[in-house]
Write a protein of this length. Sequence first.
Length: 168
Amino acid sequence: MKVNKNLVLIGMMGSGKSTIGYLLAKKLDYIFIDIDRNIEKKEKNTILNIFKKKGEKYFRNIEEKITMDVLNKNTNCIISLGGGAFINKNIQELVLKKNISFWLKWKNSTIINRLKNVNKRPLLKKMNQKQILKLNIERSKLYSKANYILECDNLNKNEIVEKIIKKL
């Protein structure tokens, strides 16, 4: 099944966008593009180190360039955005205008649980649970603009993939 559009997964860090995207691409025979991995390849560095050495502003500029490039050049791909990419107005507009977007939505408590022992996410390095909750609530207002909102709690990864396929 081809829809001649990209399927873009958005959501908070730790929501499973990369895992679900990979499984979905395999199932639909689409190309899978993980924006964070593309950034790391291009920069020849981890996102954590990019944040540390060059700062968030530099990272967001690279993220925008790579994401816009991928969204403009590809169709029939599954694209996993970074957790903060959708806050960028240019990315957000292009995702909503030319693609089909899915928000992998989890309860606040689930997101906090999934992120509490993660060390490779730069924003989490300086955040406590209360700050993560605040960030998730703020971003949720933007994520809610997605074409489809998938309540993921109580579903396993294969059920989430099937739910996305049914929406198509």
